[in-house]
Design a protein around this ligand. Structure first.
Ligand code: F0G
Length: 374
């Protein structure tokens, strides 16, 4: 039997479309190549004729989309000879930074907001040996401190202000274009620090060889003009949690608050890139309440078998509302990035739910319990 080609992560997969050379040490956990899952039950339930897909990036090695950016950021840090990396995080970036630093033999310093990180994410940072600095402040405070400390200590920032992060994250768009054979009509995505929406827009823009000022590393000189993967770009729709929706307020929010702790962010770093993505694509921003996003998290789990974390449900939540109102018309092909796995935050997933039925260890009790649910 001949050996099958072995998928080796997104740097090897998209080497010709990423700023790497043969001298770049590739620090990878075989991230990317995540499933694009078509939703069947939910569109039927709401009686809408849409082709609705979830790009389930919670199936990356550390359970979130951050691995796409982190393989690039850490590989480029290794190329520079960096010994340590630093990030502020609501939990997923720190998990990815910790894992990729372990792989690279570097030290990861992660600044997380005290008491606002789900246990799964904290466990990842600890398990991978990161130095965890719990700060008495929120993500935005952490971000400010990371930028300040990088001037004073030999540490490489791996937040999405590091342009290599967005280069990695753009590959999500490439995978969608490849899977569909073209770009979708609408791409819906949760927005926190606004790196991912910016990365996707770079990816979709490059996929169709379109000159764009959003493409920071090529300065509007897209290298793929002669080598497009598709001929169109989607409308980009960015959804935020209502208590942390600076793009809806038109300015930073000083005390962001939401159950979706991953996007509890008031001062997004990629403000201009995200605004450009939405305006260049004729898209929009919108907000969803905590109640709505939790209901969608539950809907995805119970109707489609997709268990995501609360922040990730925001894309599908917003998309469903806009599909129902007609803002996203029937007949559209819609993709939603689902950014992180539900196992990251099990406490929120089961809060307030009647979870377990305790029964006697005897046939009668078990049979009665089963029949009472049928
Ligand atoms: N969804 C999840 C699960 C996230 O962890 C994040 C960001 C986002 C969406 C928003 O993406 O920031 O690119 O707009 N998490 C960061 C972190 C901030 O530290 O893990 P974004």
């Amino acid at each position: 039997m001949t050996k099958q080609a072995h998928y080796q992560g997104l740097i090897e997969r998209y080497r010709d479309r990423l700023p790497v050379s043969k001298d770049t040490p590739v620090i990878s956990l075989n991230e990317g190549d995540t499933p694009l899952v078509r939703l069947h039950n939910i569109p039927r339930d709401i009686d809408k004729d849409v082709e609705l897909y979830v790009k389930f990036d919670g199936q990356n090695p550390t359970g979130s989309f951050k691995d796409r950016g982190m393989t690039m950021a850490v590989s480029k840090a290794a190329e520079k000879g960096a010994k340590a990396i630093v990030c502020a995080s609501t939990g997923n970036t720190s998990a990815a930074a910790a894992a990729y630093a372990a792989r690279a033999g570097m030290t990861a310093f992660v600044l997380i907001p005290e008491g606002k990180i789900p246990m799964g994410k904290l466990a990842q940072a600890i398990a991978h040996g990161a130095v965890v600095l719990q700060i008495r402040g929120n993500f935005d405070d952490g971000m400010r401190l990371v930028k300040e400390v990088a001037d004073e200590a030999p540490v490489e920032i791996v937040n999405s202000i590091n342009p290599f992060r967005l280069q990695g994250q753009k590959t999500g768009a490439f995978e969608i274009v490849e899977a569909l054979g073209t770009a979708p009509d609408y791409h819906c995505i949760p927005v926190g620090n606004a790196g991912n929406i910016s990365g996707y827009w770079i990816g979709y823009s490059e996929a169709c060889g379109h000159n764009t000022r959003s493409c920071t590393l090529c300065n509007g000189q897209c290298p793929y003009l002669d080598n497009p993967m598709t001929d169109k770009r989607p409308v980009m729709v960015g959804y935020q949690a209502a208590g942390a929706a600076p793009f809806m307020r038109g300015e930073p929010v000083s005390q962001p608050e939401t159950v979706a702790t991953a996007i509890r962010i008031g001062n997004p770093q990629s403000w201009d890139l995200a605004k450009a993505a939405v305006s260049e694509s004729n898209g929009w921003f919108d907000e969803v309440s905590d109640e709505e996003l939790l209901a969608t998290q539950s809907l995805l789990a119970t109707r489609e078998g997709i268990f995501c974390e609360p922040a990730s449900a925001v894309s599908v939540c917003g998309a469903l509302r806009d599909i129902q109102s007609g803002q996203i018309p029937e007949g559209s092909v819609v993709t939603c990035t689902v950014t992180g796995h539900g196992l990251k935050d099990t406490a929120t997933a089961i809060a307030g739910k009647e979870v377990v039925n305790t029964v006697e260890a005897e046939l009668l009790s078990v049979k009665e319990a089963i029949l009472s649910h049928l």
